[in-house]
Design a binder for this molecule. Structure first.
Ligand code: HEM
Ligand code: HEM
Length: 130
């Protein structure tokens, strides 16, 4: 899942920075919440998780890693679309925010369990002794 997370995160990076650029040009500062979370949950968090999964392949290829990937990548777009519309004054799809946020929260908890179970210091030691 490491490479997949990094590839998806690069797309979020482009989206997050484009939105920041648009906000600056159009003075659309009400969208800060979407910009911040697209960048931080989309780009930085996913890249970090991706790098960890590449460094620790047991975690990256585990079922926990797969579920983490999918819940994060289903939840974040739902949360961001709902928040974007809400901040634009349209509350019709507000329910997407708690649904998406709950998916992301569960994804992050599974990521943490995965790290605790499958990231081992022996793997680091073996790598640096080569
Ligand atoms: C060309 C790139 C970027 C532009 C033009 C840009 C623009 C902006 C703008 C206009 C705001 C709103 C400021 C305000 O409401 O006072 C903002 C806030 C923010 N940006 Fe960016 N941004 C860029 C890249 C990034 C990146 C790469 C990250 C994170 C990895 C990031 C994280 C944030 C955060 C966390 C906030 C909220 C800060 C707060 O709550 O005060 N931005 N950005
Ligand atoms: C499911 C996960 C998350 C939820 C539901 C969530 C929710 C929120 C909420 C409700 C706010 C306050 C917005 C406001 O005052 O208008 C906020 C702000 C913020 N959060 Fe999160 N957050 C999440 C994850 C994260 C993560 C992982 C990071 C960093 C890696 C982060 C960074 C920030 C920052 C920098 C702000 C201030 C930016 C702003 O003014 O919008 N959040 N978040």
């Amino acid at each position: 899942m490491g490479v997949k997370l990094i590839k998806v995160s690069a797309l979020y990076f482009v989206l997050g920075v484009s939105l920041g650029y648009y906000m600056s040009v159009a003075h659309a500062y009400h969208l800060t919440g979407v910009h911040a979370h697209v960048n931080l949950l989309g780009w930085t968090s996913m890249t970090l998780a991706g790098l960890i999964y590449i460094l620790f392949p047991k975690a990256g290829s585990s079922m926990l890693g797969k579920i983490h990937f999918w819940l994060h990548n289903i939840g974040l777009p739902l949360m961001m679309v709902g928040l974007f519309l809400l901040l634009q004054g349209n509350s019709a799809l507000e329910v997407l925010i708690p649904i998406g946020a709950t998916c992301v929260l569960v994804a992050v908890i599974l990521f943490a369990v995965n790290v605790l179970l499958n990231v081992k210091k022996e793997e680091v030691e073996a790598r640096f002794q080569k």
